[in-house]
Design a binder for this molecule. Sequence first.
Ligand SMILES: Cc1cc2nc3c(=O)[nH]c(=O)nc-3n(C[C@H](O)[C@H](O)[C@H](O)COP(=O)(O)O)c2cc1C
Length: 191
Amino acid sequence: METRVAIQTRRSVRSFKKKKPDWRNIIEAIHSAQYAPMAGGNFSLRILIIDDSTKIEKIADFSEQKFIEEAKYLAIFISDPKVTKIPYGERGETYLKQQAGAAMQNFNLHLTDIGLSTCWIGHFNEEEIKRLLKIPKEMNIEAIFPIGYPKENLKIRQKKPPYNYLYFNEWENKRMKNEPDIQGRMTGFKS
Ligand SMILES: Cc1cc2nc3c(=O)[nH]c(=O)nc-3n(C[C@H](O)[C@H](O)[C@H](O)COP(=O)(O)O)c2cc1C
């Protein structure tokens, strides 16, 4: 799959088939996460894979999102703050979040590429989950990814060109409104 197709066809999926994904595919997607840019080249994440159904049920509960129970695997991305705080101080807190996001999106796009789906879960009770999984207090749980095969066909969207978010040379200068050449190039992926 081309990169742009993966980017534009990825969707959040909240309903999974019973079929269990091959765990080796998930490990490969985690390997893709390792290729994300990291300040100083230092990987600041740990990834916890959960396949214990009792734990998955509890995590669904601690996230107040029942659909998570349908997943046979969860991948939990955890940042170790000392990796960026020690070398970069206060700025390191921003780097920690940015590189977690970059790694998690690599993971997400790799899953899309191989026909697996997930949903980025940011709403959860971090303390309860740390206790359940014996994650040290000083770590940050960034997000939880329930993984499975989508039950329904994914709806492909067409997003408008980015003119509303795009400025030139200075803040809020929208010189490029409706440039016809560019418009034609940004029609998005068509299924
Ligand atoms: C930081 C972050 C937190 C999110 N948390 C949740 C969540 O707790 N539960 C959920 O169902 N979706 C969550 N989402 C997924 C968004 O709802 C979803 O990306 C958005 O609706 C756009 O849909 P799409 O992913 O299909 O493009 C989260 C996404 C991000 C980036």
